[in-house]
Design a protein around this ligand. Structure first.
Ligand SMILES: NC(=O)c1ccc[n+]([C@@H]2O[C@H](COP(=O)([O-])OP(=O)(O)OC[C@H]3O[C@@H](n4cnc5c(N)ncnc54)[C@H](OP(=O)(O)O)[C@@H]3O)[C@@H](O)[C@H]2O)c1
Length: 284
């Protein structure tokens, strides 16, 4: 697997140690933008599955650095997809719900809805999906949502929804959430638990994360209510963001659920937040 030092990869490795024979080359050992390095490593190790998590995952950074985003998020996928096809390995990699960020439909989006992403990151993820299926017909692309976890001493953690809300509450600092944005937000533990089921999915593109019918402001208010705190002065409704059209990147999980015979299952966003808080309480 690639990206083992990242947010998702580090947690997957921790959860799966002993269950799989995992090869976890570092970025320095295995730069996915080098076709030659990729070919050499795969030739040496001949994996059954290539789980590709390495990426430039920060959308803002990709917007500022489109060339680098293209090299890592598109060409990196091409390099791996080509060798996966040559060695008959299953190729599973992460795309993103950001492919839907130009869509105007309402409700939970299915994978077959036409998409035209509005930023480099979304466009590159979409292009990577297309190139992977051309180069490696056995590839599985997972359109992941925004993920969260606590900060853990030994694991990398990005800013995420729960950390942002809790920091704002602690510092009593107002934090705005868009009323015109709809997106799923997923606890990383559910992503990690579901990932092994993707190794046997039929090839294709799959949404992969929590569904959510609430807007991001409503989600933040509901989360604060779960925490038992009064959020009126902290969680602010931003009614102006996304003025041209509501931003709906909320995914439907129907396809992955059915294709896996029910093995792939995510809580919806609010249920996931409830389970996450219960988990934290049980660890205290
Ligand atoms: N985190 C989210 O909420 C989220 C949401 C939707 C989709 N995704 C997607 O999910 C996947 C995993 O995301 P993540 O949050 O775990 O990412 P992350 O924390 O940013 O980790 C990225 C990983 O990629 C490695 N990497 C970067 N460039 C590389 C290169 N040229 N060659 C080899 N390795 C390279 C990094 O290694 P170094 O640190 O050593 O450079 C790191 O291990 C990505 O495809 C991301 O786009 C993430």
């Amino acid at each position: 697997m690639t990206g083992a030092s990242g947010f998702v990869g580090s947690r997957f490795v921790r959860a799966m140690l002993g269950k799989y024979e995992l090869l976890v080359p570092t970025h320095a050992e295995f730069d996915i933008t080098s076709a030659r390095a990729v070919q050499r490593y795969i030739d040496l190790h001949r994996p059954d599955v290539i789980l590709h998590l390495a990426a430039l995952s920060n959308t803002g950074y990709c917007e500022q650095n489109p060339k680098q985003s293209y090299e890592v998020n598109v060409q990196g996928v091409e390099n791996l997809a080509s060798v996966a096809a040559n060695y008959d390995a299953k190729f599973v990699f992460f795309s993103s719900d950001q492919v839907y960020n130009g869509n105007e439909e309402k409700g939970l989006l299915q994978e077959n809805v036409p998409v035209s992403p509005e930023n480099h990151y979304g466009r590159h993820k979409l292009l990577a999906e297309q190139r992977a299926s051309e180069l490696c017909p056995e590839s599985v692309a997972l359109r992941a949502t925004w993920m969260y976890d606590s900060r853990e001493a030994d694991l990398p953690t990005h800013d995420n929804f729960v950390l942002n809300v809790k920091r704002a509450l602690k510092e009593k600092r107002p934090l705005a959430f868009a009323t015109r944005e709809y997106r799923g937000i997923t606890w990383i533990n559910e992503v990690v638990d579901n990932l092994p089921h993707t190794f046997v999915l039929p090839a294709g593109v799959y949404n992969f994360g929590a569904e959510n019918l609430f807007n991001t402001y409503e989600t933040a208010c509901a989360y604060c209510a779960m925490l038992g705190v009064d959020s009126r002065d902290t969680i602010i409704a931003d009614t102006e963001r996304f003025p041209l059209h509501e931003r709906n990147i909320s995914i439907s999980m129907q396809k992955a659920r059915e294709a896996s015979g029910g093995a792939i299952h995510f809580s919806d966003t609010l249920e996931g937040l409830r389970k996450y808080e219960k988990h934290l309480a049980s660890c205290r």
